[in-house]
Design a protein around this ligand. Structure first.
Ligand SMILES: C[S@@+](CC[C@H](N)C(=O)[O-])C[C@H]1O[C@@H](n2cnc3c(N)ncnc32)[C@H](O)[C@@H]1O
Length: 267
């Protein structure tokens, strides 16, 4: 396990993923009934964008930092900008979710890397409705589904260090979906090859998802050897999510030199 998210926190892919996360959680919070969030690959939760790691790649500089000064936009964008830009650090998915929980909601964040897991535990300690588990997110996910609340979001955001991760993520989604078919799922993936990405989306569709949106974000130019495109599959997207994300991305993507494309794959 060599991947460390600190090198990539706040990059274009994080921005679109976290914007979608905020929009989905805002939607879940429209009903009084509580919801559960399971973050299978949570990271360390909070990232110092002035650290050596962040400065070495410059990815946040070309990503979230470009949004400073952006005003207006819809509710999802406003909430995301407040979360992303109000502190000295950039919040990862578990911290964003923890900050958006109401007293009736719950977060389980799973992280395999012991150091990142320990940092995450410290970050989430103030949030009584958030729990961190150190271990394998895929394995733990099945034990946590269906959530007693019967409403919620599963975020599957692995590092894709090995090509086998696409198959592992598909299998984990398929098994999770069999247990909790009404949940919303966000599955992040890198686009290094169009064929690989399309094949992955096809496999996720074939595993039973009947409502599915694909969001691709592509950089006009990326540094040598750097990730230049990323995708997000959203299964069972909330009503009007596509519209809300489309509006927000129309403002955000050009600032990062990116083009975002949303497509309904099913439903
Ligand atoms: C892309 S990062 C997560 C970023 C985070 N979701 C966010 O948006 O802020 C992937 C994380 O998964 C962790 N990881 C790798 N394999 C894992 C596994 N099998 N189970 C849980 N975590 C894992 C890595 O240590 C890394 O912190």
């Amino acid at each position: 396990m060599n991947y460390r998210h600190a090198f990539h926190a706040g990059n274009f892919a994080d921005v679109t993923k976290h914007l979608a996360l905020v929009a989905i959680l805002q939607h879940l919070a429209k009903k009084a009934a509580g919801f559960a969030v399971v973050d299978t690959h949570a990271g360390s939760g909070n990232y110092d964008l002035s650290s050596d790691q962040a400065r070495r790649t410059g990815e946040a500089e070309a990503g979230v930092k470009r949004l400073e000064g952006l005003a207006g936009g819809n509710a999802a964008l406003t909430a995301y900008l407040t979360l992303a830009l109000s502190g000295p650090y950039y919040p990862g998915s578990p911290l964003i979710a923890a900050k958006m929980l109401r007293p009736q909601d719950r977060l389980v964040a799973i992280e395999k890397h012991p150091e990142d897991g320990a940092t995450l535990k410290a970050e989430l300690r103030p949030f009584l409705r958030a729990r961190v588990e150190e271990g394998d997110g895929y394995r733990r996910l099945l034990a946590l589904l269906p959530p007693p609340e019967r409403r919620g979001l599963v975020l599957i955001d692995p590092p894709y260090e090995s090509p086998a991760e696409f198959a592992e993520a598909t299998q984990a989604f398929a098994a999770a979906y069999r247990r909790f078919a009404t949940g919303t799922y966000m599955i992040w993936f890198p686009i290094k090859s169009e064929a690989e990405a399309n094949g992955f989306c096809g496999e996720v569709m074939a595993s039973g998802a009947t409502k599915l949106i694909r969001l691709d974000t592509r950089l006009a130019s990326a540094g040598e050897g750097k990730l230049s495109a990323a995708g997000l599959l959203i299964v069972n997207p909330p009503w009007q999510l596509k519209t809300a994300l489309g509006e927000a991305l129309a403002l955000v993507a050009p600032l990062m030199g990116a083009v975002a494309h949303l497509e309904v794959l099913a439903g």
